[in-house]
Design a protein around this ligand. Structure first.
Ligand code: SAM
Ligand code: SF4
Length: 472
C-alpha cells in the first residue's frame, strides 16, 4: 500500500540532542547527530509488516544511541527479510553475498532478521559465514543488545515465546502517516503459507493500547492511520471469543474523527456484516478492503484450508459493494496450486469477473518447505502455471483499468504522499478508496496534506488529476 516519498534519505536517528533536518516537503522529519558513536544501515525487504517492524527497530536503536546512515558509513548493516516466496529468498541471498566486501574491508557487523532469519536460524550463518547476527520475528526490541554481542562468533536469537507488541518505541519517518500493529502472527495455517511458522501464533493488542497509540500519532499530526495484521478481522477473537474489529473501527472513528483510517489484511472467513457496516457508518474509515480470494474453485479453496467457499466470498463481496458505495476491493490470487485443473483455473477467472476486483496481486504457487501443501505433488507444469498467470493478469489489468476509468470526471479528496518517483514534478497521492493519483506540483508544499483534485484521465495503474483546491 502506498508509495513512499522518494527523497534521497540519509537519515541518522537520534532521539535527543540532535539537529533536525527537514525533508523538502517538510512533513517528513529526518534527524541526525554528528557525534553519534555507532551507525546502522537498514535494508528492508517484503511486506508492510517489515516496513513497520523497521520503524520499531529504529526506535529501539535510537533509544540506545545508534544513528541511521547509508551503507558507506555504517558500522552495522541490518537486513529485514521475507520468505513468503522462494524468489524473495533467492534475492536476499544475492544481496547478502554482495555485502561480503564490507565485512572484509571494514569489519562491518552484518545482522539478518525477520522471516527468513526465523526460518533458517543458525543455518543462515552456516550458509553465509560473514553474517554475525541472526534474529527472528520476536527480537526487534532487543536489536541493540544483539548488535553489541556480535564479534565473538555468530549470534543467533530466534525464540518465539512471548511476543512484545505494546509499548515498543517506534521511530517514524513520516509525521502524516502511521502504521499500527493490532495483531501479530497468524493462526490460519493456509496450507501454502509459511507466515504462521515464522511469525508465530496470533496475538492481539488490547484495545486501549491501540486507541492510546493512535491518539499519540494523531496528536503528532498523523492524517492517515493504517491498522496492520495478517488477519485484522480476527482481532481479539482468541481473547474474547468474537472478533472485536468492528468495535475497534467504530471506537477509533468516534474518538479520532479527523484522520483517514485504513486497515489490512482482511480474511474472507472473518470479514462480516458488522465490519462492513462499521466501514459504511464511520465517517473516516476509508472505503478500501483488501480481501484475498486466492482461488475461485471450492476444491482448491478447501485444499488451501481457506475456510470459505466461493459462494460465501461472492456474497460478502456483494454485500460490501452494496453497503459501501464506491468501495475499492482488491485481492491476492495464487495460480498453479497442486491439483489445479483447467476447470479450477476457469473458476478463478470467473470469480475475478464476478467480483470485479479493482486491483489484484497475482502469484505463481511456490511450495514452501514445512507447509502442509509442500507435501502435495507440485503437479501443475511450470509452463501451464505461467500461461495461466498471463491469462489471469490480462483479466485483472482490464478490470483495474475499467475501475480507474470510472473515476474520471469526478472530484476527489486525496492525501498527498510526496513527489512521484517517476516524475518529481508531480505529486503522488491516494484517494480515500486507495486509488493512486498524480498531479502537477505547484509552489505549495502539499506533502502530507489533503487536496481536492479533478480526475482528468486514467492510466493502467493510476489516475491523472488537476489540483482544484486545498481544504482549509
Ligand atoms: N495474511 C495475508 C492474507 O491472508 O492475505 C497476507 C499473507 S501473504 C504474506 C501475502 C500473499 O502471498 C498471500 O495472500 C498469498 O496470495 C501469497 N502467498 C503466500 N504463500 C504463497 C506461496 N507459497 N506461493 C505463492 N503465493 C503465496
Ligand atoms: Fe498466510 Fe493464510 Fe495467515 Fe494470510 S491468513 S498469513 S495467507 S496463513
Amino acid at each position: 500500500m502506498g508509495q513512499a516519498c522518494d527523497f534521497p534519505f540519509r537519515p541518522e536517528g537520534s532521539p535527543r540532542g540532535s539537529a533536525w533536518r527537514r525533508h523538502p516537503c517538510k512533513r517528513i522529519r529526518l534527524h541526525y547527530n554528528k557525534g553519534m558513536r555507532k551507525r546502522y544501515a537498514l535494508m528492508i525487504f517484503g511486506c508492510q509488516m517489515n516496513i513497520h517492524d523497521a520503524e520499531r527497530m529504529r526506535g529501539a536503536l535510537d533509544a540506545e544511541g545508534w544513528g541511521e546512515s547509508g551503507l558507506e558509513e555504517a558500522d552495522a548493516v541490518i537486513l529485514l527479510t521475507c520468505c513468503v516466496r522462494e524468489s524473495a529468498e533467492q534475492r536476499l541471498y544475492g544481496r547478502l553475498s554482495a555485502l561480503k566486501p564490507l565485512k572484509e574491508e571494514r569489519g562491518v557487523v552484518i545482522a539478518v532478521g525477520g522471516c527468513l532469519a526465523q526460518k533458517e536460524g543458525l543455518g543462515l550463518i552456516d550458509r553465509m559465514p560473514h553474517v554475525d547476527v541472526v534474529f527472528g520475528t520476536h527480537q526487534y526490541p532487543d536489536i541493540a543488545l544483539l548488535l553489541a554481542q556480535a564479534g565473538g562468533g555468530g549470534v543467533c536469537s530466534t525464540a518465539m515465546d512471548g511476543v512484545r507488541i505494546s509499548g515498543i518505541p517506534c521511530s517514524r519517518r513520516e509525521d502524516f502517516r502511521a502504521w499500527i500493529t493490532i495483531t501479530h502472527g497468524c493462526d490460519n495455517f493456509c496450507s501454502y503459507c509459511i507466515v504462521p511458522y515464522v511469525r508465530g501464533r496470533e496475538e492481539s493488542r488490547p484495545m486501549e493500547d491501540v486507541v492510546e497509540e493512535v491518539g499519540v500519532h494523531v496528536a503528532e499530526g498523523a492524517r492517515e492511520i493504517n491498522l496492520l495484521g495478517q488477519n485484522v478481522d480476527s482481532y481479539r477473537r482468541k481473547e474474547e471469543g468474537k472478533s472485536r474489529f468492528a468495535d475497534l473501527l467504530v471506537l477509533l472513528g468516534e474518538r479520532y474523527p479527523e484522520p483517514w483510517i485504513r486497515f489490512m489484511t482482511s480474511h474472507p472467513r472473518d470479514f462480516d456484516l458488522e465490519i462492513i457496516r462499521a466501514i459504511a457508518q464511520t465517517g473516516n474509515i476509508c472505503e478500501y478492503v483488501h480481501l484475498p480470494l486466492q482461488a475461485g474453485s471450492d476444491h482448491i479453496l478447501t485444499a488451501m484450508n481457506r475456510g470459505y467457499s466461493r459462494h460465501e466470498y461472492l456474497k460478502k463481496a456483494g454485500e460490501l459493494r452494496s453497503i459501501v458505495p464506491g468501495v475499492t476491493l482488491s485481492t491476492d490470487l495464487i495460480v498453479g496450486f497442486p491439483g489445479e485443473s483447467d476447470e479450477d483455473f476457469s473458476a478463478t477467472l470467473e470469480m475475478v469477473e464476478l467480483c470485479r476486483f479493482d486491483a489484484a496481486f497475482t502469484f505463481l504457487y511456490n511450495a514452501r518447505e514445512g507447509t502442509s501443501a509442500s507435501r502435495l505433488p507440485d503437479d501443475v507444469p511450470a509452463h501451464v502455471k505461467r500461461e495461466r498467470l498471463h491469462r489471469l493478469m490480462d483479466v485483472t489489468r482490464r478490470l483495474t483499468y475499467a475501475s480507474l476509468c470510472s473515476e474520471v470526471g469526478t472530484e476527489q479528496t486525496v492525501l498527498v504522499y510526496g513527489p512521484s518517483r517517476k516524475d518529481p514534478q508531480r505529486w503522488s497521492a491516494r484517494t480515500r478508496n486507495n486509488k493512486l493519483v498524480h498531479f502537477q506540483r505547484s509552489d505549495d508544499d502539499l506533502c502530507g496534506r489533503f487536496a481536492h483534485v479533478n480526475i482528468t484521465a486514467a492510466g493502467s495503474w493510476s489516475l491523472h488529476g488537476e489540483l482544484v483546491g486545498i481544504p482549509g
